[in-house]
Design a protein around this ligand. Structure first.
Ligand code: AMP
Length: 292
């Protein structure tokens, strides 16, 4: 496995691969890799085949964090990530430097942004108004440098994957966007680099995200007709209020493609929620199914 820092080197490599007609899979990450990330690497390998190239980008992108968020404290463990990528059969781990990604600095630097203006507005976008502009901009930059055939994202960040799909279509990137299922801990908590912020007591309370999803899954599977989303939201709120360290940010029920709110919930509706566990913000989501 090759570790590349320079953006120019990465772009030259990508152009060489393109001239040779190789398939290239890209897995964008912010590092502190866990089994969820590694499942995306496996998907990428499956899509490009043994002769293709798999690139993991590792970049804690400053423009997707608001000033009060956890950019400075975000876990960084390059050596471990390097080992994990090598073991997972990654061809290139690309770790760009801020100075090349945002010459002039993230705040004073770019005057060109990529901004998806529909799917970005709700849920995470309401809580974090500049977040998806940062994500869309950095993903566009990663696409332009790595020139992937396939890019793999996790369903864990469902709205992000929807925004990326949309920008890929709107900007005519010749890239297949693959969304891979959420990988969970044995007790249902979605794996996340941010889980390491949790104290043991908070970690235990964080299972309420999955319990809320399971509760709604059971209600939807047992119902003979659609359920009111306001009713289900109230039930989720009650479940969460029973955990003293957990505060609900939002719970939403919506159409899986358009992300438009669904006043009535039935199989196929999607559910997403965000909570604060102490000082850590966690998100999760699921498609609600007919039968479990
Ligand atoms: P991050 O490093 O958190 O920015 O995540 C990088 C990619 O990994 C994103 O596409 C995430 O959706 C995906 N990802 C993060 N956690 C999981 C998980 N538990 N299961 C599957 N994919 C995940």
């Amino acid at each position: 496995m090759r570790l590349v820092n320079s953006l120019t080197t990465m772009q030259r490599l990508a152009l060489r691969w393109r001239r040779r007609g190789l398939r290239v899979g890209l897995v964008p990450t912010m590092g502190s890799l866990h089994a969820g990330h590694l499942s995306l690497v496996r998907q990428a390998r499956r899509r490009v085949g043994p002769a293709g190239r798999v690139v993991v980008s590792l970049y804690v992108n400053p423009t997707q964090f608001a000033p009060h968020e956890d950019f400075a404290g975000y876990p960084r463990e390059l050596e471990e990530d390097r080992r994990r990528c090598r073991a997972a059969g990654v061809d290139v781990l690309w770790v760009p430097a801020d100075a090349e990604m945002y010459p002039g600095g993230p705040s004073g630097g770019p005057s060109t942004w990529v901004s998806e203006e529909n799917l970005s507005r709700r849920m995470e976008g309401r809580a974090r108004p500049t977040h998806f502009r940062g994500v869309a901009t950095v993903v566009t930059k990663l696409f332009n440098v790595v020139l992937p055939t396939v890019a793999v994202f996790g369903a864990k960040d469902y709205q992000q994957a929807a925004v990326v799909r949309r920008l890929t279509r709107d900007l005519n990137f010749p890239i297949e966007v693959v969304v891979a299922p959420t990988v969970r801990e044995p007790d249902g908590l979605a794996m996340s680099s941010r889980n390491r912020y949790l104290s043991p007591a908070e970690r235990e309370q964080a299972t309420v995200l999955w319990q809320a999803i399971e509760h709604v899954q059971r209600r939807v599977a047992a119902a003979r007709r659609s359920l009111r989303s306001s009713q289900l939201a109230a039930e989720v709120r009650r479940l969460i209020q029973a955990r003293p360290s957990v505060r609900l940010d939002y719970v939403e029920f919506f159409a899986p493609e358009t992300l438009q709110p669904a006043p009535q919930v039935s199989p196929g509706t999607h559910m997403a929620l965000a909570v604060w566990v102490g000082r850590t913000r966690l998100i999760d989501n699921a498609r609600l199914e007919e039968r479990r």
